[in-house]
Ligand binder design. Structure first.
Ligand SMILES: [Zn+2]
Ligand SMILES: [Zn+2]
Length: 342
């Protein structure tokens, strides 16, 4: 089932406006607060159909969707459509972080990012490289977790001093015990099979204080997808994710020793709560040397993931020009090629 958010003044389709945070009509300029909007009841389950084709209510054209799509636009009239049967019942998101970065701002950030890559091929920006720019809501599960941690370790402190003609090394041994009760709230794990998990992890963090109760109007004008994995299926991933936080935390509580050797570390993670949320990203596909690359941006904070396009010809010129100090060259090239730009 498709729904449109139409303008009460003129009947045109309305889109979410990332600058005002309101639903706005491009035709007559009417704005409407999303929070106060009467939304369709998503707790009820609409009959799920696996149809991939719908008819746009505005123009009658066929809207073709992927099986996971929950919001898209009619490719004929551009009207925003929301597939409500894929957003209701157990597929109903609880919260959403709305877009705060507009398409124009994402495009500007992309251009700037390309210029920052100093080895960007000549003419890269003048050619029409950008194949597609898409604002998309990615499905995530958020977990609140409690962790019972018990650690036993052997530690040493080594002291060296001179006594008369002798140099004395004194080693003290300690038994270290820690019992910790650690809570983590709102740990996100991406639930879409299409996007690379590591890339999504790099787009974090979002500012989770801005999570809003979900309304379909936030999706108007963007692409959105439903989750492919439920919270139970992703639980091993979130456990693994917090394990590294816990390890760091344990280390931070044991300091001042010369060496620490753990011989027992029990972590008992319990799930207190999990809920389904949608988080916004901008994706830009561009091509270079006949290959598609992508640029991803956190559409709330502006954080960028990707590597600027690199011209191998320019890299070799750099090598020749700075041959005499090759160590520095390698270092600079390593910096330009990646690492430091993340
Ligand atoms: Zn209007
Ligand atoms: Zn249409």
């Amino acid at each position: 089932m498709l729904i449109h958010h139409t303008c009460p003044n003129c009947g045109a389709d309305m889109n979410f406006n990332s600058e005002t945070g309101m639903l706005s009509c491009d035709s007559c300029g009417h704005n409407h607060s999303v929070e106060q909007l009467e939304d369709i009841k998503l707790t009820q389950t609409f009959e799920q159909d696996d149809a991939r084709e719908y008819h746009c209510e505005n123009c009658g054209a066929v809207v073709v969707t992927d099986k996971d799509t929950t919001a898209t636009s009619c490719s004929f009239c551009g009207g925003a459509v929301i597939l409500v049967d894929r957003l209701s019942g157990e597929l109903a998101p609880v919260q959403v972080i709305p877009f705060t970065i507009s398409k124009e701002e994402a495009m500007q950030a992309f251009k700037k990012w390309c210029r920052n890559g100093r080895l960007t091929p000549k003419g890269f920006m003048t050619a029409n490289r950008v194949k597609n720019i898409t604002g998309m809501y990615v499905p995530f599960w958020m977990y609140d977790l409690n962790n019972d941690v018990e650690v036993h370790a052997k530690a040493t402190k080594v002291r060296t001093y001179t006594s008369g003609e002798y140099q004395v090394t004194e080693t003290s041994h300690y038994d270290v015990y820690r019992k910790l009760d650690i809570d983590y709230a709102k740990v996100p794990v991406d639930a879409s099979e299409k996007l690379d998990d590591q890339i999504m992890d790099k787009l974090e963090p979002y500012n989770y204080n801005d999570l809003k109760p979900f309304k379909t109007a936030y999706l108007a004008g963007y692409l959105a997808e439903k989750y492919n994995y439920n919270d139970e299926q992703l639980y091993p991933r979130v456990k693994n994710k917090v394990k590294s936080y816990i390890d760091n935390y344990i280390t931070s509580t044991i300091n001042g020793y010369t060496s620490v050797q753990y011989h027992q570390k029990n972590i008992n993670t319990k799930q207190k709560h999990s809920y389904y949320v949608l988080l916004p990203i901008w994706m830009i596909y561009y091509d270079l040397e006949k290959q598609e690359h992508n640029f991803l941006m956190n559409a709330q904070t502006g954080k960028i993931v990707g590597k600027p396009p690199v011209s191998m010809q320019k890299v070799s010129l750099w090598f020749l020009g700075l041959f005499s100090s090759s160590f520095i060259v390698l270092k600079i090239i390593a910096l330009l090629l990646g690492g430091a730009l993340w």
